[in-house]
Write a protein that binds this ligand. Structure first.
Ligand SMILES: Nc1ncnc2c1ncn2[C@@H]1O[C@H](COP(=O)(O)OP(=O)(O)O)[C@@H](O)[C@H]1O
Ligand SMILES: [Mg+2]
Length: 276
């Protein structure tokens, strides 16, 4: 399998003149393969956003190295190739709007890449269709719902044809409907476009959708496994201030009442299938 990210013993310190450095990443080694959907979870301040910012060379390691599709982030001349491959979506939808119509907003990044105008129109249409915003292309972005704004941010990124999408708590400021819309869009990007997904979230119901879950605490990776391994395998999430997703929690209760539920049941439809 082709590795898209290789982190080798990555340490990162934020430095301050008055108080000395803060170690945000502590000797992290991690490989993420092309096409994988990885959820990154962990308590506040555990280093998730700092790690995300290393994946497209916004931040550079204090020690260690990161390869993105084989390009080290340490070399200035690689950064254009790296940023073309890795699209970022952040928490606050309002901070990511740059234009006065939905369509222009998606076109903005392509203009910066110097894509010619006929190809640009095609890419904008495709990206808006992929996130389901084609019918709103002439609307003003600031009038969209939170979920629509985040889908617009995703469209702006995928129009540039990245290999990977890094989403740093993209649903944190959304209502349940907006969260659902964004999660469905992210899953579609993986399934239909084959884009590698790194999804930071504090909603465990979202992490359940990933192929692999990585748990961070105090700048380190402390657990790594399938959603079933992390959420039903006895990992102590409470001590990390993380929730157990509803279905595994319900299954714990059903089992304590004597019901036999097979291992690996994580989602509502899986539990329904089993019970019916
Ligand atoms: N811009 C910054 N300057 C200084 N320290 C920071 C900065 N951003 C984060 N930190 C510190 O780095 C650590 C990791 O933070 P962060 O990566 O934001 O964690 P998370 O995203 O998991 O909440 C925390 O101790 C935090 O206070
Ligand atoms: Mg964060």
């Amino acid at each position: 399998m082709n590795a898209i990210f290789e982190l080798k013993n990555v340490t990162f310190d934020y430095s301050f003149d008055d108080t000395g450095p803060i170690r945000a990443l502590n000797n992290i080694s991690l490989t993420i393969n092309e096409g994988e959907y990885v959820a990154l979870i962990g308590p506040n301040g555990s280093g998730k956003s700092t790690l995300a910012r290393h994946l497209n060379a916004i931040l550079l390691p204090t020690a260690g190295e990161i390869l993105v599709d084989g390009f080290t982030t340490m070399r200035e001349e690689n950064r254009w190739e790296i940023r073309r491959r890795v699209g970022m979506v952040f928490q606050n939808p309002d901070n990511q709007i740059v234009a006065t119509t939905v369509e222009e907003d998606v076109a903005f990044g392509l203009e910066n890449l110097g894509v010619d105008s006929s190809l640009m129109a095609k890419r904008v249409t495709e990206a808006l269709e992929a996130v389901g915003l084609q019918s709103l292309k002439n609307h003003a972005p600031h009038l969209l719902s939170g979920g629509q704004k985040q889908r617009l941010a995703i469209a702006g990124v995928i129009a540039m044809r990245p290999r990977c999408l890094v989403l740093d708590e993209p649903t944190a400021m959304l209502d349940p409907r907006g969260r659902r819309e964004v999660l469905e869009t992210v899953k579609k990007m993986k399934q239909q476009e084959g884009i590698t997904i790194v999804h930071i979230t504090h909603f465990m119901e979202e992490a359940v959708e990933a192929d692999r879950v990585i748990v961070m605490d105090k700048g380190k990776i402390i657990h790594e496994g399938t959603p079933a391994e992390i959420f039903t395998g006895g990992v102590d999430l409470y001590s990390l201030d993380l929730e157990i997703p509803v279905i595994p929690k319900l299954i714990q209760i059903l089992r304590s009442q004597g019901l036999v539920v097979p291992p690996g049941v994580l989602k509502v439809d899986e539990l329904v299938d089993y019970l019916c």
